[in-house]
Ligand binder design. Sequence first.
Ligand SMILES: Nc1ncnc2c1ncn2[C@@H]1O[C@H](COP(=O)(O)OP(=O)(O)OP(=O)(O)O)[C@@H](O)[C@H]1O
Length: 508
Amino acid sequence: MTDRPLIAFAGISKTYGNGTLALDDVSFAIRPGVIHAVCGENGAGKSTLMKILFGLEQPSSGSIQLDGEAVAIASPRVAAERGIGMVHQHFSLVPSLSVAENIVLGQEPRRGAFLDRVAARRRVEELSRRYNLAVDPDATVRTLSVAAQQKVEILKALSRDVRVLILDEPTAVLTPPETEELFDRLRDMRAAGLTILFISHKLREVRALASHVTVLRAGKLVGDAPLAAIDDEAIARLVMGQAAGPALKRGGRSSGAPRVVVTGVHLKARDANDRVEGIDLTVHAGEILGVAGVDGSGQRGLVSLLTGRAQPTTGAITYEGKPSAGLGTAALRRLGLAHLPADRFQDGGSKRMTLVENAMAGAHRLAAFSTGPFLKRRAMETRTEEMIARYKVRCPGPNAPLSALSGGNAQKLIAAREFATEPHFMIADQPTRGIDVAAAAFLHERLAELAAKGGAVLLITADLDELLTLSDRIVILYAGRIVARLENEPGLTPERLGPYMLGLESAA
Ligand SMILES: Nc1ncnc2c1ncn2[C@@H]1O[C@H](COP(=O)(O)OP(=O)(O)OP(=O)(O)O)[C@@H](O)[C@H]1O
């Protein structure tokens, strides 16, 4: 390891077109051959900084040096030429194409006018071997699990001879064993000489993987230290600007009448990962029922059924005794359903619409916000401003488009909207994925509060700490079936859930 930095950010500031100051005079260095973590709350400026390094955004002032030389990274193409690759939070793969096609897209080996499939496949196999990332080059991306799709994204980035790999919250979509595997691969890459920039909210992961951490808060650099020289509490204080609140007490609520009853439900989905192969479950008033499982074990199908986006092939669902057959999402919402979707941009809100429009979607028919055909615009704005303040949504204002918010802040706004409906039944699907520690704790409190007030909560999460913190009871899905039903007793650990999640044991 040399002391000369590979990358040096010098006085980087970024003001977006709408006036948001996302980065304010940020300077720090990254040494070659290390895993360097960048931490910070939602909206701290992490993604903006990485986009600047990858040529997706231009700094308003300041410069970047690579190997001691100032470089203008005008586009991702320039970044690629300089050996910088990025794995995005939201994947950029084409679902209908094969793994090999996706990886060579844009740099296809050609034979005459055609893609040279043999060469493409060989290239993928060679990369998979070199980095120990096993994928089937001929599989269609649509059929792959999220973890496998991420491998494809990583291989795609690596296929461009990178020296620096940027990973923006790579573990948000992974289960614990998948995270461990990813970490092993990243360690291999570092050992092979790659420099890795790792954005994460999870201090445990930063500690396990990185050797250096940089902390941003509200666009400013507030910490930059080797991990050996700083403890977790100090990092948490830098991230939040204060100490963390008290932890939630787990479970222990007493539940009431059945709110949602799922009986013998099957769903024949096109994607095998979404299939539901016979599920019985009941969510009672006043309880949080946790659903665990490796991604692609039927969770998406179950959520589609419960939210009225799909109808069961066989079996039935009732909401407070009423059969849901034939009812769509809007009708179920009128019965008291709320939904925190895993993909907040696709299912939760519309990126182009303003925060007011997103926050009021579905509520604009309520009397308080309409007088005859006219919407009380001011009342809706005020209501949205209250949500923004209560949920600490970092944004330019209620009339900004949702697209101007960082991922975590968009999720907070959608959550504010869903809790505001005072639901009888809440489906919380990966509710804190990509959300910082303080906001996650806040949403956990809201979910616990909803249950304490008699709401029925179904919590679907890949985060086992979250599952064990919040749930009263837990069911584990594997291949579209429930393979275990457990009380969340104090002795229950993530290790005990693992064998069920992997389909090695069954206790249902
Ligand atoms: N395209 C954009 N236009 C206007 N403002 C933006 C844009 N992208 C981001 N911002 C704003 O810049 C600030 C920094 O956002 P950024 O996405 O860099 O944060 P982050 O630290 O990556 O957050 P998260 O952890 O939630 O992803 C936020 O206040 C955000 O609302």
